[in-house]
Design a protein around this ligand. Structure first.
Ligand code: HEC
Ligand code: HEC
Ligand code: HEC
Ligand code: HEC
Ligand code: HEC
Length: 332
């Protein structure tokens, strides 16, 4: 082999080496230009604004009705973000203008920011100190405590009570527990405001499956298969279906005790009707307490996910208290 050939081969090798090292880019460690940074932030705020605009917080409850809770004394403090922020409960005290839902200012300034940072909130059922989720609990709570004399109903937003495992009616002699979900960091934030890989906390306010995966490997549905048959229908279904089954059983057990009568939640109270559809004045306390637990779980909106152990215990014990039959159900 002549010298020339070796030389050519060497040259080719050197060129290839240079070419390869040139392709491997050195990581860019210089911070983005201030202008770029500003642009990124603007894009992020736009994305957050879009998610929020599609969420329930951007709508005012029954906005078109003159009876909307965003226009009524006592209701506006949760149903109008400005009223909440200034802690105003009289509609006259609030400036005029169209009501707003829970907007950016509601949570990021004023009273909202204070509650968020303090992690402390006063609920009708007592004080809760458990991180940032206090902000959500300030509005998302049952608004009342059980009272068989006045018979209040839990509000449509009983989430805080169920998540914290408080405010249900407890049967004497039975101990109630809470599921490990209560320990999720910042409670509500942990599941409803997670960073889903987009670089900012989600503002759809929905809880997505991704947030469950860190603890439930391989989970394929929010309605994940239960560990056991809690409603005693002989099959192990999705956990939310088990809870629906228990809710129906409790409903039917209360109805059966009313012998042709019915019960309903209306104007913030639980009303019991006799077989002539007339409201009953005397109602046994245990029927009211069973109905309270029924609405507390139903109005929580998560079909048991917020606190699986507490919800199964509340429903099963209420059914047994009222003489219902759980069959072969796994009792917790
Ligand atoms: C100022 C009171 C207020 C605060 C604070 C608040 N919410 Fe809400 N939220 C509401 C109201 C009122 C609605 C119902 C709006 C409507 O009529 O659609 C709602 C609706 C929702 C819904 C949709 C419910 C449904 O049935 O579709 C979710 C989920 C939710 N909120 C989660 C949260 C979370 C998580 C937080 C804390 C980060 C929070 N909220 C903080 C008042 C509040
Ligand atoms: C402590 C805060 C708070 C107060 C006070 C409050 N609400 Fe609400 N309300 C909520 C929240 C939060 C929701 C959203 C519940 C959800 O979707 O989970 C809601 C939902 C509702 C809904 C929708 C129910 C449904 O099933 O879709 C109505 C109607 C309503 N409230 C009426 C009222 C009225 C009327 C008042 C005053 C008498 C009132 N609220 C006072 C927090 C409150
Ligand atoms: C219901 C309450 C609520 C509303 C309404 C809301 N946010 Fe947030 N926002 C939060 C919470 C809670 C976090 C932090 C979540 C976490 O860190 O786990 C957050 C985080 C953020 C962040 C990330 C930086 C930071 O401050 O932590 C930005 C930016 C932001 N929000 C912008 C907005 C904008 C813009 C709007 C209106 C379009 C808005 N938010 C509406 C509750 C809210
Ligand atoms: C362990 C995770 C987790 C935690 C913690 C959690 N949530 Fe949820 N939440 C869920 C899931 C899952 C659902 C049901 C969604 C479904 O069925 O698709 C839900 C449902 C809801 C709903 C009803 C939504 C609807 O569309 O009807 C509201 C409102 C809500 N949560 C608010 C809260 C509040 C307020 C807190 C804190 C007090 C909280 N959540 C804590 C996971 C969580
Ligand atoms: C921080 C960890 C953690 C997160 C996040 C979490 N879970 Fe759990 N979950 C647990 C633990 C621990 C248990 C108790 C397991 C046991 O009983 O063996 C549990 C129990 C449950 C149960 C009760 C099962 C039964 O049949 O008794 C259901 C259903 C459930 N989780 C669903 C969910 C869903 C849906 C999400 C997401 C929205 C979620 N979990 C998020 C840790 C978590």
């Amino acid at each position: 082999m002549g010298h020339k050939r070796w030389l050519v081969l060497l040259l080719v090798l050197i060129i290839t080496a240079i070419a390869i090292s040139g392709c491997r880019q050195t990581p860019d460690t210089t911070p983005p230009e201030p202008q770029q940074q500003e642009e990124n932030q603007e894009n992020q705020t736009d994305a957050i604004r879009e998610e929020w605009a599609d969420s329930a917080h951007a709508t005012v409850t029954n906005a078109d009705s003159s009876n909307s809770p965003a226009k009524r004394d006592g209701c506006i403090i949760c149903h109008d973000g400005r009223a909440y922020n200034k802690q105003i409960s009289s509609a006259d005290e609030l400036d005029t203008g169209e009501p707003v839902g829970a907007d950016c200012e509601t949570c990021h300034t004023g009273h909202g920011k204070e509650v968020w940072q303090s992690g402390l909130v006063q609920l009708p059922a007592g004080e809760v100190r458990d991180g940032g989720g206090a902000l959500c609990m300030d509005c998302h709570n049952a608004r009342s405590i059980p009272d068989p004399a006045d018979r209040p109903a839990p509000h449509a937003s009983a989430e805080a009570d169920i998540v914290m495992g408080i405010n249900g009616f407890h049967v004497e002699g039975k101990t109630y527990g809470s599921s490990p979900h209560t320990a999720v960091k910042d409670t509500c934030f942990g599941c409803h405001m997670a960073d889903l890989g987009k670089g900012y906390p989600s503002h759809t306010f929905r809880s997505e499956l991704e947030t469950c995966e860190q603890c439930h490997k391989g989970i394929d549905s929010i309605n994940m298969k239960a560990k056991d048959d809690y409603d005693g229908d002989g099959t192990v279904e999705g956990f939310q279906d088990e809870v629906d089954g228990l809710l129906k059983m409790l409903h039917d057990t209360i109805q059966a005790r009313l012998e042709g009568g019915t019960f309903t939640s209306t104007h913030g109270r639980i009303a019991f009707m006799d077989e002539k559809e007339e409201e009953m004045e005397e109602v046994p306390a245990e029927l009211y307490h069973g109905a309270w637990n029924y609405y507390l779980v139903a109005n929580d909106g998560s079909r048991g996910i917020h606190n699986p152990l507490y919800v199964v215990q509340l429903l099963q014990q209420s059914i047994l208290m009222l003489g219902g039959d759980l069959g072969e159900a796994k009792q917790l």
